[in-house]
Write a protein that binds this ligand. Structure first.
Ligand SMILES: NC(=O)c1ccc[n+]([C@@H]2O[C@H](COP(=O)([O-])OP(=O)(O)OC[C@H]3O[C@@H](n4cnc5c(N)ncnc54)[C@H](OP(=O)(O)O)[C@@H]3O)[C@@H](O)[C@H]2O)c1
Length: 240
């Protein structure tokens, strides 16, 4: 397969790129940090192609991606997280998160949807935070809830053209990003688990890939409750 993954310089994206390369695929590995990308792709020869660009910049994205060949699988994984103190709402922090996690997706989609033909797959990296309104995740959760909506809408529209679109919603995964969290992370899994679960879900063309199931199943069940109950429970558990 010819695969493109964004955010391959660390964490989940790096592990996915390494695993797909080890399985004999050709992978376009994207990130901002050119030296890191070159270092990680070197062991895989010319099947690993580094592409350095910033997903926030539409022109950069188009310049880096427009000349690519047709792709079998695209995983839009690049992302960031900043937490919000709602009493001192920081619009600049909100904008930083939305520009990478959401506008970055749109910039990549503009360049990459033309590279997808019937039978190919597109996957958007969200988070299980999209299932529930989590305190301090006002920016991150909003970006991921929008990503879920975007992925599910594209699953209908691009699905009509034979392109399979999926939404990925991990719980906590051990990466440099989640290492910055200053709170307990129940059922946190490692990148090996995350990569295995994502690749398995994509192989089976699942529309929603969420894991670990015990954690995301609990989140999904809570999300079915009336909002007044959710608000009561989440405030009690997360803010007391
Ligand atoms: N870790 C978790 O617990 C967890 C849980 C749920 C969902 N996720 C999602 O999984 C994805 C990957 O996260 P991770 O935990 O693996 O984090 P990570 O190790 O920090 O990796 C983030 C990747 O995104 C790239 N990136 C960030 N900003 C970018 C930009 N402006 N332009 C281009 N690339 C950019 C980074 O590359 P450069 O810095 O080199 O540009 C890096 O390769 C994110 O979308 C995150 O929201 C993570």
């Amino acid at each position: 397969m010819i695969i493109l993954i964004t955010g391959t310089s660390s964490g989940i994206g790096l592990k996915l790129a390494q695993d797909y390369l080890a399985a004999g695929n050709t992978v376009f590995c994207c990130g901002r940090n050119k030296p890191v990308l070159h270092q990680l792709v070197t062991p895989f020869g010319d099947r690993a192609i580094p592409l350095a660009f910033d997903v926030r910049n539409r022109e950069d994205c188009l310049a880096a991606l427009t000349a690519l060949p047709e792709l079998d699988l695209v995983i839009l994984n690049a992302g960031t997280c900043e937490y919000i103190d709602a009493s001192n709402f920081d619009a600049a922090s909100f904008e930083r998160v939305i520009r990478i996690n959401l506008i970055g997706l749109a910039n990549c989609l503009e360049a990459l949807v033309p590279k997808l033909a019937a039978g190919s797959s597109l996957s958007l990296m969200g988070s299980s935070s999209s299932y529930l309104p989590l305190p301090r995740a006002e920016a991150y959760g909003a970006s991921k809830a929008a990503t879920e909506y975007l992925a599910k809408t594209l699953a209908i529209t691009l699905g009509k053209e034979g392109i399979h679109v999926s939404y990925i919603a991990p719980g906590f995964v051990e990466t440099p990003l989640s290492d910055l969290n200053d709170f307990p992370m129940p059922m946190r899994v490692d990148v090996e688990f995350a990569s295995r679960r994502i690749r398995h879900g994509l192989e089976r063309k699942q529309s929603e890939i969420h894991f670990p199931r015990l954690f995301t199943g609990f989140m999904k069940t809570l999300s079915l409750l009336p909002f007044t109950w959710q608000r009561f429970l989440l405030a009690k558990v997360l803010m007391s």
